[in-house]
Design a protein around this ligand. Structure first.
Ligand code: PMP
Length: 405
């Protein structure tokens, strides 16, 4: 069913060597590799369709527009949004969060109001709000976690007050792998009449997401983390919320009519898409979503779960191993340190063995402070990762450990 060898053939880069060693790519949390169909989509569209979308009467422009808008429908289907009006193309998770932070703070918040985030957020879901905090005098409230990396739900409930205007949390932590109980988080927020933004950067590639079943008010993700191209991402927003928010940027596409006296804005989702959109990227993103859909998100999740269990078990056999993030519900992210070996040394030496992992604070400095460390080594799995790669990683870590005595 899940033919890993055949799947790997779809990703040409996985066949390359680094330093004369077969590449073991375990940095999927940072970005994923691209299947042939995604790369070919980019070349094909530039070679045979390229023209600016929406405004052209000519054949190519209409064909490019059809591809771009069909991609919006593919995204809608993938996350089960109610309408394509709710699918805004952005540059990625970061831009999607900034768009909501800026327009929500401007239109829905006043000085003293509060946004709830969690201690395990990526900087993009902290700093975007801090910029608004500085501008509008709003405050951040932080959901704490236990030592296993699970959010403390009782503490979360206690953070609500009449000042709470939005909750913004990651579905899956990019450092700990924790799969947060977002259904419950949303339910509690809604009981207080507060909308919720879910940062889906680390969930979209690994879990089946249904925004209607979750009842998320906003859900954001990046194309490049789900086997699509860089430079494109998605903001899903419930229509009633997107309607309430003002435009984010001004320019072409987002207007209905412009005069020096009065400008009126376009309908959703175009109100939020100023300028020429990345129509080549949207088509390629749709190809990536079709690719993972054909494999089946449930099959991918099951395969990756089994591999995560195997990797965790193997890594725990290594003397001096400390794994950060042992939540009951956890995705394929393993952050670790061994003895007192610096994360940077471990990462650099693994690299010489052909093993690509990430080291450092992973854009989550507040989380590092909570853990009392400066950084970790992070191995993050993708749909094409294998047991053999885990074995190579474990052997590599053991070799580096021996070097450090
Ligand atoms: N949120 C999370 C949880 C992430 O892991 C990342 C990427 N590391 C981002 C946000 C930012 O994504 P991007 O850089 O694609 O905008």
């Amino acid at each position: 069913m899940y033919d890993i060898n055949r799947i790997r053939e779809d990703f040409p880069i996985l066949g390359r060597e680094v330093y004369g060693k077969p590449l073991v790519y375990l940095d999927n949390g940072a970005t994923t590799q691209k299947p042939r169909c995604v790369v070919e989509s980019i070349a094909d569209e530039y070679y045979s369709v390229n023209a600016n979308v929406h405004r052209g009467v000519h054949f190519l422009s209409q064909q490019a527009t059809n591809l771009h808008e069909a991609s919006r429908e593919t995204v809608r289907r993938f996350i089960n949004a109610r309408s394509i009006s709710e699918i805004v193309f952005t540059r990625g998770t970061t831009e999607s969060i900034n768009l909501v932070a800026s327009t929500f703070a401007d239109s829905q918040m006043k000085e003293g109001d509060e946004v709830i985030v969690s201690v395990m957020e990526h900087h993009s879901n902290i700093v975007s709000w801090q910029l608004q905090a500085a501008r509008k005098g709003i405050r951040l409230r932080i959901i704490p976690m236990n030592d296993r990396g699970e959010l403390l739900m009782d503490e979360y409930e206690r953070l609500f007050s009449p000042k709470t205007k939005l909750v913004s949390v990651a579905h899956v932590s990019n450092v700990l792998g924790t799969i947060n109980p977002v259904e419950r988080i949303i339910e509690i927020a809604h009981a207080h009449g507060v909308p919720v933004l879910i940062d889906g950067a680390q969930s979209i590639p690994h879990l089946k997401v249904d925004v209607q079943a979750l009842d998320a008010d906003f859900y954001v993700f990046s194309g490049h983390k789900v086997y699509g191209p860089t430079g494109i991402g998605v903001l899903y927003g419930k229509e009633n919320w997107l309607d309430k928010l003002p435009p984010y940027q001004g320019g072409g596409e987002m207007i209905q009519s412009v005069s020096f006296e009065k400008t009126t804005f376009n309908e959703l989702p175009f109100k939020f898409e100023a300028g020429t959109p990345d129509y080549i990227g949207s088509t390629a993103l749709a190809k990536a979503l079709d690719y993972v859909s054909a494999l089946g998100m449930d099959s991918i999740a099951a395969y990756e779960h089994e591999l995560t269990v195997y990797a965790t078990q193997r890594m725990k056999e290594i003397p001096g191993m400390r794994i950060f993030g042992e939540a009951e519900h956890k995705g394929g992210v393993i952050s670790f340190l061994v003895g007192d070996i610096h994360h940077f040394d471990m990462g650099t030496l693994l690299d010489r063995l052909g093993i690509a992992v990430r080291t450092g604070h992973h854009c989550a400095e507040p989380l590092m402070r909570r853990l009392g460390i400066e950084g970790t080594v992070r191995a993050s799995l993708g749909l094409y990762s294998t047991r053999e790669e885990i074995d190579t990683l474990v052997a590599g870590i053991e070799r580096v450990s021996k070097m450090f005595g």
